[in-house]
Write a protein that binds this ligand. Structure first.
Ligand SMILES: [Zn+2]
Ligand SMILES: [Zn+2]
Length: 495
């Protein structure tokens, strides 16, 4: 799009020689809000807290321009230049190799665009990002906002109080809750107090599965509240709602939208790998807002910040069923990879597996790499032909997890894909090759956290078979022990 600056206003114009692509206009002027202008409430619903492309809107350009001239719509540059270096305003991309050029029909020039967020629609040097500057829509609140009638554990209650306080004070908080602590319920009171104050809330999580699981739970906890559920291809894409549940990716379409953002699994892929998603989370919150981070396994930097008082945090050191977390056993298994080459596995691993098969105790067996896992599968199938293996690209992944739940599979081999998010009620867990780099402290804590989750089967054996102990293994075991001690000290665990 090319614009002309006229009477302190941008005017979209294609064919004038004086017009420029939006990124080349030095300052974008924002007309003052005209309070008597009859704005279109549909545009208000669509654009509040968003940063959208013209292509995302079905309204005529004249109507959009009229809203801009009356101060209701904002135009921002899709690409900013800082010291001649491009930055994508939507995803924060600054890597030069992730920009490309194309002959652009909109501005008639060879136009620079961001490749990094291309799948959400092309942002180029002539793209305006559209936002809303008028009043926000009001939420119509039911008399009882929260209808959840469950009981919080003492540990959950403490964390819940901290969340409410954080929402009210517009600050940040890390909730460090052990695997199986029941973190979702801890958010309810905080969400309720935010909604009651006409605030807008978002829960963002890296995985679509989690969005799909959380949506019905939140809809039934907050039955009178409209909930937008956002993931790639979801139908709620343009729904304005006081409560939004989204994949972190979807946050890229939001700008200064939320008074409270709850970021789930902050340690997990793809946050740590993807800076743009962190950027998205920061952009999606309002300048005055609260951010609540949830994790069972904060990374080292965050743990240090907690210890040194630089980060405000609260822990839920015990599971809701008041039993301690299973502590991993370390068992040396020699050069297991060498044995695998000869289509064998170390004797102590085989014994561990046989014992579970004999006792009909289901188990998960983690491997560092697909290749090694697939080599082990035929060896183990000699013990029980029903044994299966699963990995991220496995097309039958969901089916196999389902069969594991139905106890059709006695032993499931897996890569780190099942390290989090899945719950089987009564299993033991082993890691083969716990010394591998892929098993970070947080991965190992998550893996150990698969055992003993159900109140009917609170105990589970966790064994790390290794060919040399690593720092990550020791730290993982220490983290679990420390949490158990804290749980006992705070009266959250029955001994
Ligand atoms: Zn262009
Ligand atoms: Zn981008």
């Amino acid at each position: 799009m090319r614009f002309l600056v006229k009477d302190n206003c941008l005017v979209p114009l294609r064919d004038s020689e004086d017009s420029l692509p939006i990124s080349q206009i030095p300052t974008i002027l924002q007309p003052l809000l005209n309070p008597t202008f009859p704005y279109n409430p549909n545009l208000q619903l669509l654009l509040t807290g968003k940063q959208l492309l013209l292509d995302d809107l079905t309204f005529p350009l004249e109507e959009i321009q009229e809203h801009y001239e009356n101060g209701y719509i904002t135009y921002r540059k899709g690409i900013e230049f800082r010291r001649n270096k491009p930055i994508c305003s939507r995803c924060g991309n600054m890597a030069e190799n992730l920009f490309a050029r194309f002959p652009c029909a909109r501005c008639g020039e060879i136009c620079l665009y961001c490749r990094k967020c291309l799948m959400m629609g092309r942002i180029s040097a002539c793209t305006p990002l559209l936002g809303w500057n008028g009043p926000a829509p009001e939420h119509h609140l039911p008399e009882n906002i929260l209808r959840w009638k469950g009981q919080l554990s003492l540990g959950q209650q403490n964390a819940s109080n901290r969340v409410v306080e954080t929402v009210k004070n517009m600050t940040d908080l890390l909730v460090w809750a052990v695997c199986g602590a029941g973190k979702t319920e801890v958010l309810f009171a905080g969400i309720e107090s935010a909604l009651a104050a006409q605030k807008r809330v978002c829960i963002a999580t890296p995985r679509t599965d989690v969005v799909l699981e959380l949506t019905p739970r939140l809809k039934s906890a907050f039955p009178g509240i409209s909930v937008a559920s956002l993931y790639g291809g979801s139908e709620d894409r343009h729904l304005y709602a006081p409560l939004t549940i989204a994949t972190t990716h979807q946050l890229l379409r939001f700008y200064h939208a939320f008074d409270t953002i709850i970021l789930d699994e902050v340690d997990a892929f793809p946050y740590t790998a993807e800076e743009s998603l962190q950027y998205a989370a920061v952009q999606a919150r309002k300048p005055e807002s609260s951010m609540i981070y949830l994790t069972a396994t904060p990374n080292e930097k965050w743990q240090r910040e907690c210890r040194t008082g630089k980060r405000s945090f609260t822990t839920i050191p015990a599971r809701f069923h008041r039993h301690p977390l299973p502590i991993p056993h370390f068992t040396w298994c020699g050069n297991w990879q060498k044995q695998l080459k000869k289509e064998k596995l170390p004797a102590n691993i085989l014994t561990w597996i046989k014992k579970r098969l004999e006792n009909n105790k289901q188990a998960l067996l983690f491997f560092p790499h697909i290749r090694l896992m697939e080599k082990a599968l035929p060896v183990l199938r000699k013990l029980a032909p029903e044994i299966e293996a699963v990995h991220a690209e496995d097309p039958d992944r969901k089916e196999k997890v389902q069969k594991m739940r139905k106890k059709v599979i006695p032993l499931l081999l897996t890569t780190t894909i099942l390290e989090r998010g899945v719950t089987f009620p009564n299993i033991d867990v082993a890691v083969v090759g716990a010394e591998d780099d892929i098993f970070t402290e947080s991965a190992l804590v998550q893996i150990a956290g698969r055992a003993g989750r159900s109140k009917d089967f609170p105990n589970g054996v966790v064994t790390f078979f290794h060919f040399g102990k690593t720092e990550a293994m020791l730290k993982a075991r220490k983290q679990i022990t420390v949490m158990n001690h804290e749980g006992v000290r705070k009266g959250l665990i029955d001994e």
